[in-house]
Design a protein around this ligand. Structure first.
Ligand code: ATP
Ligand code: MG
Length: 197
């Protein structure tokens, strides 16, 4: 267990967010409430090193704008450009170190979806991440994600929303609606920036 330092309770929910969708947002809101977090930062990854070879990633500025639109009306959810301000690949270990420098007594929580949680030990300096932050897996009830049991995990049950950014990109490319799968502000951003066409 990571011992409390008594400061702000900060959730870190990293992703490519290309684009953000209701799966991300429900996970972030439910983790915020379940763990009584002061804030959940949706940390936009600059160079998604695990994805970088597989497809074209939208510009960081576009993804940042979409996440800003997604959380605009949501208390305690905030977008973070911390990883966009650093050179090179985005490692959560570096993000935690940045947050720790800014707020030495903060309690940090790294929030992971089930797929991200099962790949945790492929992360750069994952042991450092587990030392610095409480690991939180947002889980579908009845389908606990397989996690590395060397670390202690906090589980937060969320409803299963079978939705991904891939699905949204495919829908936009095919001219299908994404209404109700992402907030209206995100959909407007996708249109105005001509993304995924
Ligand atoms: P892509 O389809 O491009 O892989 P994605 O929808 O999986 O995108 P990411 O930006 O890769 O989104 O994911 C960021 C985080 O959100 C990860 O921890 C992932 O597990 C989690 N996540 C993604 N989709 C969901 C969902 N539907 N419900 C809960 N968590 C999710
Ligand atoms: Mg994914």
């Amino acid at each position: 267990m990571v011992r409390s330092r008594g400061g702000r309770r900060i959730g870190i929910f990293g992703g490519t967010f290309d684009p953000p969708h209701i799966g991300h947002l429900v996970a972030a809101v439910d983790a915020q409430q379940a763990l009584d977090l002061d804030v959940v930062l949706l940390v936009v990854a600059s160079v998604p090193w695990q994805k970088v070879d597989s497809r074209a990633i939208s510009a960081a500025a576009d993804r940042l704008a979409m996440v800003e639109a997604a959380v605009a009306d949501t208390p305690r959810l905030e977008v973070s450009d911390l990883e966009l301000r650093r050179e090179g690949p985005s490692y959560t270990a570096d993000t935690l170190a940045d947050l720790r420098r800014a707020e030495p007594d903060a309690d940090l929580f790294v929030i992971l979806g089930d797929d991200a949680a099962s790949g945790f030990t492929t992360w750069e300096r994952y042991e450092e991440v587990a030392r610095e932050a409480t690991l939180v897996v947002v889980d579908r009830p009845g389908h606990p994600a397989p996690v590395d049991e060397r670390f202690s995990w906090v589980r937060v049950d969320i409803p299963e929303l079978e939705i991904s950014s891939t699905e949204l990109r495919d829908r936009v490319a095919a001219g299908r609606s994404i209404r109700y799968l992402t907030p209206p502000g995100v959909a407007a951003c996708i249109v105005s920036r001509s993304l995924y066409r």
